[in-house]
Design a protein around this ligand. Structure first.
Ligand code: F6R
Length: 239
């Protein structure tokens, strides 16, 4: 894994945005795997700046997101579709039909998961998969467990993840208990992985990811098996 330590969140965001920007400049038909959460917001803002400056077009880009809460509609402010529209898609020239986020309202969640894997197969693999990381080492919503699921699946969110994400909801009770997530196989299929971590709260998770054993209790540690991972963090992770 290549580890890059930045001095600030702003620098982390610029670096990640530049990697995505260069990918799209190199190949305007790139497929980008995208994440939500607070970490990538700065990078999305930078990409919007590049777009507004006329430096890049997303007209032929396709995106596939990692995950979505079950039970939230697209117009719910905490749904990940709403997040992506607000922070990126509505602000650039990407075609909405080229952006994919699991449907958290699907009546048959199992069928939705299979459908999402089919979408991935038809448009993937991602040229770059952007990832954040949970304090418990989750990537996407692949939560720590005694075993991990390869394909897209429905997960019960851990209490620590619900507590961490409750900052965006009126109360902890409002945080959905289930979500659909791309599995580890989908994440690992990406040609390149860009893992972002901001703030010391992520230090232990990143240390275990980079230096620890490959362990389903730290899902991000499986990235050690990928041949092209860049970790960008705004703190020192030592040796
Ligand atoms: C979101 C996602 C999650 C987040 C992680 C970190 O699509 O896949 O794995 O990346 O929970 O979230 P933040 O960035 O809010 O700390």
């Amino acid at each position: 894994m290549k580890i890059i330590k930045t001095k600030s969140y702003d620098e982390l965001s610029s670096l990640a945005a530049d990697i995505l920007f260069e990918q799209v400049k190199r190949n305007p038909c790139s497929v980008l795997g995208l994440a939500t959460g607070s970490t990538p917001i700065g990078s999305y803002d930078k990409l919007v700046q590049y777009y507004e400056a006329g430096m890049v077009s997303f007209n032929s880009v396709k995106t596939i997101n990692l995950d979505e809460y079950c039970g939230l509609c697209e117009s719910h402010e905490q749904s990940y579709r709403f997040f992506m529209n607000t922070h990126l898609f509505n602000r650039i020239d990407i075609k909405k039909e080229n952006t994919f986020v699991p449907n958290g309202l699907a009546k048959d969640i199992y069928a939705e998961c299979r459908h999402y894997d089919e979408i991935y197969e038809s448009i993937g693999p991602c040229d770059i998969q952007l990832l954040g990381i949970g304090v418990n080492g989750h990537i996407g919503f692949n939560e720590p467990d005694s075993s991990l699921v390869a394909s897209t699946h429905c997960v019960t969110l851990s209490e620590s993840t619900r507590a961490a994400n409750s900052r965006n909801f009126a109360s902890l009770d409002d945080v959905p208990s289930k979500a659909i997530t791309l599995g580890l196989a989908g994440i690992m299929k990406a040609k390149r992985v860009l893992l972002l971590a901001s703030g010391k709260a992520k230090l232990e998770a990143i240390k275990k990811t980079v230096y620890g054993d490959i362990d389903p209790h730290v899902p991000a540690s499986f990235l050690q098996l990928h041949s092209d991972v860049t970790v960008i963090c705004d703190f020192d992770i030592g040796e």
